[in-house]
Write a protein that binds this ligand. Sequence first.
Ligand SMILES: [Zn+2]
Length: 230
Amino acid sequence: MATDPAAAGGARVIDLSHPVGPGTQVFPGDTPPVVSPACTLAADGYNSVRLDLGSHTGTHADAPYHFLSDGPRLGDLPLELFTGPAVVVDATGLAPRTPIGPEAFGPWEDRLEPGAVVLVRTGWDRHYGTEAYYDHPYLSGAAARLLVARGVRTVGLDTLSPDETPYAGRGGEDWSAHLAVLGAGGTVVENLRGLAAADAPGARFCAFPLRLESGDGAPVRAVALLGDAS
Ligand SMILES: [Zn+2]
């Protein structure tokens, strides 16, 4: 049954998402997903489950309305925001809770432009599922404002948040990076994984959110398309 779509001339699809289930690591204070059977093959002739999950569960996208009462909701954003050429910025090797400043983006300067999807790769996804995951490096407000000034409106990270995550007395309530990107009408895609695989010439990023009417954020299936995506 298995066919290789790449061999058939299509793009290779690389998954950049964490699984969603009871083990999904959520933002401190948020509740993990609850998945319960709704219908079963034995009783109903088909399987379906009931999902109880926050709008910012797992790999997901934020809309401006997440932080701004008059900001656009997910459904108001152009779908073009959720796909574009992947610009993977290497920010690996940092100590816990290190701010990532504008200088980190220097080597990718000429690729920071409207339409680009900037993916900040900290490597922190290796801590996913542990307390160390909360202590991720984060974007400084100045770095986020630089991206916005260059026309970037889609920023993804392999961390819980672009800002420092408050946990166990560490970290504050500074949402500068969120506010810079969302305040410009952009989106932030959080909890990505395996971003090294998206660091390839011609790679295209896609992460379309559910069309939830609440619209402050929604889970995505984030992928990188490699090869001929035409
Ligand atoms: Zn979020």
